[in-house]
Design a protein around this ligand. Structure first.
Ligand SMILES: C[S@@+](CC[C@H](N)C(=O)[O-])C[C@H]1O[C@@H](n2cnc3c(N)ncnc32)[C@H](O)[C@@H]1O
Length: 238
């Protein structure tokens, strides 16, 4: 909708005022949405729990379709909904003959097994994402997949700054050029609803970027749907 023309004598709002109002309204809506949905903890994908902000899984879907990763590495399986969602996206692309050969596998890691799901595209690993024996298995899968296509990393496990920083050090180097490391849930450091969990992913991201100029924040992806659980979370490997 076009802006109303200013009438004679009308005092124009100061520069940036409208943008600030829009941001404040979005933030208010976001706070309410998080409390109304109990932080998306009852969201489902095909009847199974998936613990994701709906706006963000749309951005992830668009990225997966554009990128067609050979391998998605997910830290934080939980009830298995997100890895199943990624597998189903690959299945849909394959059903339309749009999935490139050698693409479409997922490895997902959790300290605990909380589901009885299985899917031919998904490898489930149990253990800490930062444990050497777990990382060695993921690294072997990444080395094997890198010749077939992009590797996308999604960090959604323990969201403490220390753990995320350690995961970034281990997993970001597995990202292929042009692909992404999505660091989830920097919202913890931004919305008052999550103040108890700080410091979280956001300072870990900023600290990592200080010494890793091979990555840049993809602002278009971070801000695509105005509200996001992953502020500054889409790190693109140049
Ligand atoms: C936010 S949930 C993941 C949600 C899931 N990706 C989804 O969208 O449905 C975080 C998960 O990380 C797991 N976790 C916590 N610490 C971990 C660690 N050190 N390594 C791997 N997983 C961990 C928890 O057990 C929990 O299931």
């Amino acid at each position: 909708m076009p802006d109303m023309p200013a009438t004679t004598g009308e005092r124009r709002p100061p520069k940036g005022f409208k943008a600030a109002i829009r941001r404040a309204v979005a933030r208010k809506f976001f706070k309410y949405l998080v409390s109304k949905t109990k932080n998306f903890s009852h969201t489902t994908w095909l009847g199974r729990p998936i613990w994701q902000n709906l706006f963000d899984i749309q951005t992830i879907q668009e990225t997966i379709v554009d990128l067609q990763p050979a391998l998605i590495i997910e830290c934080g399986t939980n009830l298995g909904g997100s890895s199943m969602y990624y597998a189903h996206l690959f299945d849909l692309l394959a059903a339309e003959n749009r999935l490139q050969s050698g693409r479409g596998r997922i490895v997902t890691i959790d300290i605990e097994k909380m589901h009885d799901l299985s899917h031919p595209r998904i490898t489930y690993l149990i253990g800490s994402s930062t444990a050497p024996e777990i990382f060695a298995q993921v690294k072997a899968m990444a080395d094997a997949a890198a010749a077939s296509g992009p590797i996308l990393v999604i960090l959604d496990s323990d969201h403490s700054m220390k753990h995320v920083r350690a995961e970034l050090e281990l997993y970001a180097p597995l990202v292929t050029p042009g692909s992404f490391c999505l660091v989830q849930d920097g919202v913890i450091d931004v919305l008052p609803n999550f103040a108890g969990g700080r410091p979280g992913p956001l300072p870990a991201i900023h600290d990592y970027l200080k010494t890793h100029p091979e990555f840049e924040i993809d602002r278009e992806r971070c801000e695509r749907y105005l509200i996001t659980h992953h502020p500054d979370g889409w790190l693109r490997r140049k």
